[in-house]
Design a protein around this ligand. Structure first.
Ligand code: NAD
Length: 268
């Protein structure tokens, strides 16, 4: 079987460059193209030079359709509205899609689900093995513990991050809500300020920290009477997200249409 042709949307970004490196190093995959912002300094540049990779002969382009139509799968870590538009084009071209962008509104998530009617589409706020295992542990913990245990989720990321709470923190909140058989929309408290009154039983609280170059840290606290359980994941390199995204891309190419999660990809 030939190599999987992987297109990288937003190849000049932090994640885009790492994904390019990992695709290039993967014997099962090859870079079929990469997009950058129209009019940016990276437009029309050799991907080899942009990402410091030897032997890649393609140049970056700003036309998403050109890359999507010539790839088996595209991996997209850009901006919510951009990812949704790229997924729409991918569904027209029949190209598998991996969406790693976070901060999507419910409407934008619905648009991804719509695209997934025609193509295999993996959408995951966090592509690391450890965090996806944590989702499962949190769901189990929340299901086993009663409302006497208050659930609080604390996350910290680098100062460039533009959305809060992180997509991963919201994913952990969703896992906790599922474990309890409730909805995060009803029980989630995404931030607190001023005279909030006492904490209501059953709430799922969030606290967001931003600073420095922290790659991503998440702790889910179950605070009960006289005891407390804390489940923590710390990412020390973005490599884990890029590795997960490439694995998801190779897994998705050629699969039947549908909306998939990293749990599907990892077989968790
Ligand atoms: P970044 O700002 O470094 O990269 C985004 C890139 O997208 C930029 O280079 C920007 O120019 C480019 N871009 C924007 N619009 C474009 C367009 N129309 N065409 C082509 N390129 C376009 O950000 P980042 O740190 O790489 O993160 C990107 C996204 O990935 C964020 O939403 C972040 O939260 C998310 N993320 C997800 C995971 C995960 O595991 N799912 C892990 C890390 C980051």
């Amino acid at each position: 079987m030939g190599k999987t042709k992987v297109g990288i949307m937003g190849i000049a970004g932090f994640m885009g460059r790492m994904i390019a490196k990992q695709v290039h190093e993967n014997p099962e995959a090859e870079i079929s193209g990469g997009t950058v912002l129209r009019g940016s300094a990276e437009e029309g540049v050799e991907i080899a030079a942009l990402c410091q990779l030897e032997g890649v002969t393609v140049k970056t382009v700003s036309d998403p359709r050109a890359v999507i139509s010539s790839s088996d799968v595209v991996i997209d870590f850009t901006l919510p509205a951009v990812t949704v538009e790229h997924a729409r084009i991918a569904s027209e071209c029949g190209t598998a899609f991996v969406a790693g962008t976070t901060g999507l509104t419910p409407e934008q998530e619905a648009a991804l689900a719509d695209a997934a009617k025609n193509i295999p589409l993996v959408y995951a706020p966090n592509m690391s093995l450890g965090v996806n295992l944590l989702f499962d542990l949190v769901k189990k913990g929340a299901g086993a513990l009663s409302d006497d245990f208050d659930i609080e989720i604390v996350e910290m990321h680098h100062k460039r991050k533009i959305d809060a709470p992180s997509g991963t923190a919201l994913g952990l909140g969703k896992a906790a809500a599922e474990g309890r058989g409730v909805s995060l929309d009803d029980k989630g408290v995404l931030s607190r300020e001023g005279v909030t009154g006492a904490r209501e039983a059953g709430q799922i609280g969030f606290a967001t920290l931003r600073g420095g170059d922290v790659v991503g840290e998440h702790t889910v606290i179950f605070a009960g009477p006289n005891e407390r359980i804390e489940l923590t994941h710390k990412a020390t390199s973005r490599d884990i997200f890029a590795a997960g995204a490439v694995r998801a891309g190779i897994w998705a190419a050629g699969r039947k249409p549908g909306l998939y999660s990293m749990a599907d990809v990892l077989g968790l």
